[in-house]
Design a protein. Structure first.
Length: 226
């Protein structure tokens, strides 16, 4: 994703923020002094869960704002990173100094369960009103905090279906990813679902697919809404 964003913006430099197992932040690279500095966030421990990742992301945002003095940001999150970014947004109204999220791309976010970890293929379903039949603990937490979602937020939600019996990207069911629309769609300024089907819809492949990256870059950098 970083290489695609750099090419799209005709850049060669970006800032990498690395967060280790106990939350210590180290930086490499360059913060570019322009309208869209690019920051890659790398978690050395990727298996700690969305709650701790969201805490570390909040800490990183405060640290970056202190260093570089910015008020708003856009974000792209894959898998647990997508869930963590939504959890971070729930905190904005409680922390006036936190930068405000304006555009958010969610890729394969396990908002309402992971296959084999509390979810099974075709177990959950979306009701006619958009509400999921079952809520995981993480989803219920977001649901209970839904009134803290930023009303001027623009969201692109990307999810995959490899078109086998599971209706999933092999790890996250379509229902799990789509469940977030019940919370976000009535509250944000813009909400777009972007389904991906077939072999390129596998969970770990979507963030490297050229067509998906083109859609992501256009949403982040060219979205015409004001």
């Amino acid at each position: 994703m970083i290489e695609s964003a750099l090419k799209f913006n005709h850049k060669t430099e970006y800032l990498k923020a690395m967060i280790n197992w106990n939350g210590k932040i180290t930086y490499e690279g360059t913060w570019t002094d322009d309208a869209h500095p690019i920051i890659q966030v790398v978690f050395q421990n990727k298996y700690v869960g969305s709650n701790l990742i969201s805490y570390w992301l909040s800490k990183l945002l405060f640290n970056l704002r202190t260093k570089y003095e910015f008020d708003t940001y856009d974000a792209i999150g894959h898998s647990l990173g997508a869930v963590a970014l939504v959890l971070v947004n729930l905190k904005e109204k409680l922390h006036p100094y936190m930068p405000r999220l304006k555009k958010l791309v969610l890729i394969a976010g396990p908002f309402n369960g992971i296959l084999g970890l509390g979810d099974l293929p075709n177990l959950n379903r979306i009701k006619p009103d958009g509400r999921p039949a079952f809520m995981s603990p993480t989803y219920f937490r977001i649901f209970m905090g839904r009134n803290s979602i930023s009303s001027d937020l623009r969201v692109l939600n990307i999810y995959g279906n490899v078109e086998d019996y599971s209706n999933s990207d092999k790890y996250i069911s379509v229902t799990s990813v789509q469940s977030i629309s019940y919370i976000l769609k009535p509250r944000v300024k813009e909400y777009i679902d972007y389904p991906v089907n077939g072999s390129k819809a596998e969970h770990s492949l979507m963030h490297d697919d050229s067509e998906i990256l083109k859609r992501v870059n256009n949403f982040i950098y060219y979205n015409p809404l004001t």
